[in-house]
Design a protein around this ligand. Structure first.
Ligand code: ADP
Ligand code: ZN
Ligand code: ZN
Length: 638
């Protein structure tokens, strides 16, 4: 039976397999027989299998691995496919205490006009414009037709808030699929999606593979978010795959965001997506006022006589006092956890470096250790400089931990809540922090990007962004796109209730063109500028890319493998595909392995894929193949 699991002998072990095809004959003589059929009904039905086969082909990844990524672990290891604890059907649903706006009404109707065939929509609404409200309405409409709805959200967007919002509004079972569940819960969620009991599946990227026999609609919230792309082993993009899944099921697809990716905007230009806009904030909220603070060393801002320090300008501190005095909450973003990013000698310039990576060690004060954020290596900080033997070691720069400490000297009476990977490692910690913020008491929230998305804190009236400049200086061609998205998303956290919020961005590059757009919330104009640049440079989304990456302990092997591969690509001779490299990755050495990449690019997607497929057929001719770890990344995002 196709799609069922079987137990088969494999070498000296027994492993779980999936029946993908049934043949009468085989070219192999000595075949062992299947030991046991584990399922009496297929665990993967035809539509999902078709989808998985398509994905395997597109990403040039083995079908077995693709299926394995799509199944919960308990099914992979052969456990019985039974639900342990079904989710209750909630019967306490609440109606909202407001009416939908005219814009929301138009958006809802436009999607619902075409429910029984494939149509792609971009729901482009500014932060707080009520996109989630639109999702809830179109989802309810599908549930009324006995259809299931798949909602994908970014990794850090799947908050208890979001789940509760769906649960409390919809008369159906909402199952969540994300990494924080234990294996039993993951299996239950999967099986409830599969047997149709779950009306809504709300999950992070891997939920794109959830089997849903009555699937009627797919929603991708915050479609621009990088976490829809898996960055290890099977490197798929759940956002991109959602187009295929929706087409195969012949159902509508809704991509929602305040800051569409350039790929998505190009799809609108190419008429592959219908553009729906929400231009106003819902309720009485308005967009916040955004201003810049010039952080150049010689610059004294007007009235800036108060002492300031290198991370916090006097103006920022003054504004924070004003908001807190009004009983409001303030949030500060800094994109680095730990105490300080640099531990160095002020006599001779020695810097603490990781011995396994091309990277500095970050000082963490609460454990008094230096940590590498790439490989996780830790050590006690030296007392004297290893080079000049002077006791002149100091920290430089700011991370969340140091910012928290500095703030407590300026704001002794205000609670400070730090949210980063170090303070939220425990499963419940994040929820507890959110609870404290949601109580509405005045406080200062210090956090990393983790906080940029999806949260709706009603008493938050000011947001400060402390370190934008790395994004302006980055070599990655997508860096300014991502920075603009981040700044707009972050700004969207402020002033979500009646009073107007304020956003303050500190930078040493106040004249950078990005700010004139961000200050006036003209994201689309900025994106259009970037699109023009990408078009003239023939960069994505105006061309298609793939990367062949290799890493090895022996640097030469990694580089030479890619040189060999490049010769193979050249021999395949597909004119429209260009290759360049091999080049060392930005961080060349990580955990003692050297990383190199070979770039492939073409304006013709089919040609690029032909090239990759042919490459795969001849991969065994590469002599260094077994001396390196290598992989292909199709449509890489960084
Ligand atoms: P988005 O998803 O676009 O950020 P939300 O759907 O979360 O926006 O809506 C932002 C806030 O506005 C929420 O608190 C929501 O309850 C509220 N809201 C949504 N639609 C309306 C409406 N039509 N009238 C009043 N308030 C609304
Ligand atoms: Zn020294
Ligand atoms: Zn390291």
């Amino acid at each position: 039976m196709i799609g069922a699991r079987v137990k088969v002998p494999f070498a000296r072990k027994k492993v779980v397999g999936i029946v993908l095809m049934i043949k009468d004959k085989s070219d192999f003589k000595q075949l062992k027989s299947v030991e046991k059929v584990l399922d009496d009904k297929p665990i993967l039905d035809k539509p999902i299998l078709d989808f998985l086969f398509w994905s395997a082909k597109y990403y040039h990844y083995p079908i077995g691995e693709v299926i394995s990524a799509a199944l919960p672990k308990n099914l992979r290891i052969g456990k019985e496919a039974v639900i342990k604890k079904a989710i209750e059907l909630s019967n306490k649903t609440k109606k909202p205490n407001f009416n939908i706006t005219e814009e929301q009404d138009i958006a809802i109707n436009q999607v619902l006009k075409s429910v029984n065939e494939y149509h792609g929509f971009l729901l482009h609404g500014i932060t707080g414009s009520g996109k989630t409200e639109v999702y809830l309405h179109i989802t309810q409409a599908m549930l009324d037709e006995n259809k299931q709805v798949l909602v994908l959200v970014p990794e850090i967007g799947l908050t208890p808030q979001m789940i509760t919002r769906f649960e409390s509004r919809l008369k159906t079972r909402v199952v969540a699929i994300h990494s924080q569940l234990n294996e039993t819960q993951k299996l239950d969620a999967y099986l409830m999606a599969k047997n149709g009991e779950a009306g809504v599946v709300l999950g992070t990227r891997s939920a794109i593979f959830a089997p849903m026999p009555n699937l009627g609609l797919i929603i991708i919230d915050e479609e621009h978010d990088g976490s829809f792309k898996q960055q290890s082993s099977f490197r798929y993009s759940a956002r991109d795959l959602s187009f295929i899944r929706a087409k195969q099921a012949n159902i509508p697809l809704v991509l929602g965001t305040a800051t569409p990716s350039l790929e998505t905007l190009k799809n609108v230009i190419d008429k592959k997506l219908i553009h729906i806009t929400l231009t106003k904030r819902a309720g009485e909220a308005t967009l916040p006022e955004v201003s810049l603070i010039d952080m150049r060393p010689n610059f004294t801002p007007q009235g800036g006589t108060e002492k300031s320090n290198s991370a916090l300008s006097a103006v920022l501190i003054e504004k924070m006092h004003q908001h807190l005095a009004k009983g409001k909450q303030v949030m500060l973003f800094i994109n680095r956890r730990g105490y300080a990013p640099v531990y160095y000698c002020k006599e001779c310039g020695w810097k603490a470096q990781c011995t396994h990576c091309d990277s500095g060690m970050i000082y963490h004060r609460h454990i008094h250790r230096l940590k590498c954020h790439h490989c996780g290596d830790e050590k006690m900080p030296e007392h004297v400089c290893p080079d000049c033997k002077q006791p002149s070691l100091e920290v430089l720069g700011y991370g969340t931990e140091r910012l928290e400490e500095t703030l407590s000297s300026y704001f002794a009476d205000t609670p400070i809540i730090r949210i980063d990977r170090d303070t939220t490692r425990r499963k419940k910690a994040f929820t507890e922090h959110l609870k404290q913020i949601n109580s509405g008491e005045p406080c200062i929230i210090v956090g990393t990007q983790m906080l940029a998305k999806g949260h709706d804190f009603s008493n938050l009236s000011m947001v400060g962004v402390l370190d934008t400049d790395a994004g302006l200086l980055s070599l990655d061609f997508r860096a300014t796109e991502h920075l603009a998205q981040l700044l707009i998303q972050v700004s969207g956290r402020a002033g979500r209730s009646t009073e107007r919020g304020e956003v303050v961005i500190q930078t040493r590059y106040p004249d950078h063109p990005i700010f004139s757009y961000v200050l006036s919330a003209r994201y689309v104009q900025f994106a259009n500028e970037l699109l023009k640049q990408r078009r003239s440079a023939m960069m994505p989304p105006f061309s298609h890319q793939a990367l062949l990456c290799a890493n090895a302990k022996n640097k030469q092997n990694a580089e030479d493998f890619l040189r060999e591969a490049n010769i193979l690509f050249k021999n395949i001779q597909i004119d429209s595909v260009e290759t360049w490299g091999p080049v060392a990755n930005v961080i060349e050495k990580k955990s003692d392995y050297y990383y190199f990449s070979l770039y492939l690019q073409s304006s013709n997607r089919i040609a690029l894929h032909q090239m990759l497929a042919t490459f795969h057929q001849h991969i065994d001719t590469l002599k260094l193949k077994n001396k390196v770890r290598w992989y292909l990344d199709v449509d890489p995002i960084d």
